[in-house]
Design a protein around this ligand. Structure first.
Ligand code: ADP
Ligand code: MG
Length: 396
């Protein structure tokens, strides 16, 4: 019998060491960690130069890593069963279009470093993650960023955090072929316990804002819809393209440059669909600024609930990136007493976050599960999450 809250099984450096010993024998040079993330508000704003507000999660990827003398990369993931879980890659052959499967998120970091003129030696990497894959909690950034952090430390690349994050993003974009903005990697690298990060994705400025919900008697509930992702790549590309076209027609560099004041008037210059797409991006980026201001001023975080709900409505009606399972869960969370709830992540499935009283987390998770299964959707999995620290070396 499992309760309504099912946190992912905790992992630590011993998990990576165990995988390393079995895969390669001997000892690694060190063990590194990088977390997944959830975005509190600001969705699809990151490739429009706008604001986002993620937290790093206490779940992530742990990697034991050893330097090699040659330019080979051996990677073993305990999350991938069978032969596909082990890869050996000649780093000199990695290029955009290389068919590397999941190992692209690792090998791509070496490629991105070489592109920047950094010296790139081979590594043996053994890893395990407790971020559910493909749920919108950025297992991919945890993987690319743990790799970037380890490689940088072992090779003595002296890079600032945004550059470490950029290596992860380039690996995802260019080698794994996943068109993400830079939010996921910045959150994974720059996270700080007890804080959310207001990130200006244009200047890549990361401002740490206190986000200790526990001191207000609140919890952040993460509800994974487990709705099967489909259409993601095509739909994501279509949204990006719509945003670019809207910016072009409004004669601005990016939608970030459109003032939120008198927005309705501005948007009359666009055809109906593009107007809705642009309205989502511009208003959601503005909502990030409003939420950040409230949190900074020490206001009761319950007050951000309405903005979370508005963000969900905007994603559902204007940007059209939610799916029925996610909408059902969001509505059920509100009906069961959440102060606010919204889908988080790129959309077409993934997770809903809800701001809840601490003692209501279990009952609200139960209500969401009941509503989802009643509507014929997969049974969601829920857990509460506190902001955690970002990527770092754990030992040795
Ligand atoms: P999300 O980042 O939301 O979890 P993505 O589709 O961006 O979803 O990334 C999931 C992909 O990342 C997986 O399909 C796999 O290729 C790769 N991945 C992430 N973590 C691991 C891991 N621990 N081992 C192997 N592959 C991983
Ligand atoms: Mg991802």
């Amino acid at each position: 019998m499992t309760g309504p809250l099912q946190p992912p099984r905790a992992i630590d450096e011993s998990d990576a060491l165990e995988v390393f010993h079995r895969a390669y024998g001997g000892e690694p040079d060190g063990v590194w960690w990088a977390p997944g993330r959830v975005n509190i508000i600001g969705e699809h704003t990151d490739y429009n130069g706008g604001f986002v507000l993620p937290i790093a999660l206490p779940i992530g990827t742990v990697a034991a890593v050893r330097r090699r003398e040659d330019r080979s990369l051996r990677v073993r993931s305990a999350n991938v069963k069978g032969r596909k879980g082990s890869r050996k890659i000649d780093l000199t052959t990695v290029h955009p279009g290389s068919d590397l499967g999941w190992a692209a998120y690792v090998a791509g970091v070496g490629w991105a470093a070489a592109e920047r003129g950094l010296p790139v030696q081979g590594l043996d990497i053994a890893l395990r993650s407790n971020v559910p894959s493909g749920s919108g909690l950025s297992s991919s950034a945890a993987l690319s960023c743990v790799t970037a952090k380890a490689w940088a430390d072992l090779q003595g690349w002296s890079l600032d955090d945004p550059t470490i994050a950029a290596l992860g993003r380039d690996a995802e974009n260019e080698i794994a072929g996943a068109p993400t903005g830079v939010m996921d990697q910045l959150a994974s690298v720059c996270g700080r316990a007890g804080h959310a990060m207001q990130i200006d994705t244009r200047s890549v400025d990361v401002a740490q804002i206190p986000f200790a919900l526990g001191t207000f008697g609140l919890s952040l509930l993460v509800i994974d819809s487990r709705a099967p992702h489909s259409l993601v790549d095509g739909e994501y590309a279509e949204r990006r393209q719509s945003c670019e076209e809207a910016a072009l027609r409004l004669a601005v560099k990016e939608l970030r440059d459109v003032p939120v004041e008198a927005l309705d008037t501005t948007l009359t210059k666009l055809p109906e669909l593009l107007a809705r797409r642009a309205r989502h991006v511009i208003t959601d980026s503005h909502r990030v600024e409003l939420v950040a201001e409230m949190l900074r001023s020490g206001d009761d975080p319950r007050r951000i609930g309405t903005l979370l709900n508005d963000s969900h409505t905007s994603m559902r009606d204007d940007f059209e990136i939610t799916v029925p399972a996610v909408d059902t869960i969001q509505e059920a969370a509100i009906a069961a007493g959440a102060h606010g709830a919204r889908m988080t992540g790129g959309g077409f499935g993934g997770c809903v976050i809800a701001l809840v009283e601490q003692d209501a987390a279990g009952p609200i998770a139960t209500a969401c599960a009941a509503a989802a299964t009643r509507a014929g959707h997969a049974e969601p999995v829920a857990f509460t999450a506190k902001p955690a620290d970002g990527a770092r070396r754990l030992s040795l």
